[in-house]
Write a protein that binds this ligand. Sequence first.
Ligand SMILES: [Zn+2]
Length: 200
Amino acid sequence: MLRNTHAAWGVASAAAVTHCESVGQIIAVSCVGALGGVICDIDLFSKHNHKNRLARIIIGITVFLILLAAVDFYFHLGIYRHIYAYAGFGQSAGIIGFIALCIIFMAAAHRKFSHSLLACALSTLCVYLIYPPVCIGYAAGFISHLALDLLNRKPEQLFFPVKKGVCFNLMYSDRTGNTALFLVGILMAVIFLAISFMKL
Ligand SMILES: [Zn+2]
């Protein structure tokens, strides 16, 4: 599936499994859900002849973090304050570990280690060390990516280091099936986010 589809399902999955107690937490969970939904395809940013893609990733993340900080400050959401509350050796280790995993994802072949339950567990551990309240949402987003890619015709190495990949061979990742799943993902994200807001 394409990135927008994974992001939509990541947000929907994270919102579905996380009980949020503030607007700031809903926004944080949505962001990490989308991150979990797209992170294992990060290798696609750095391949296929696009020399500047790594720079674009770094610039994109920086701009996103600045915008989030501006929204956080303006609306007094407390997102960064909550994250800062977990500052320490564990959080630093989580950040370094997560960046290291992203580099490994980019260096490895597509749908190998990055699309495994092991990668999901390791990166979720890093997110837990960085900011524990959102780690379940992140894991849900990551698992939604693995589940959606199982529908594709190209296998993913779900049980890495077992070499044999798995897929249900049902659809191409960039055709009508992807469009339908994108619309379903958007609808689910809107529904689960609306439920989260109503529960505040
Ligand atoms: Zn994928």
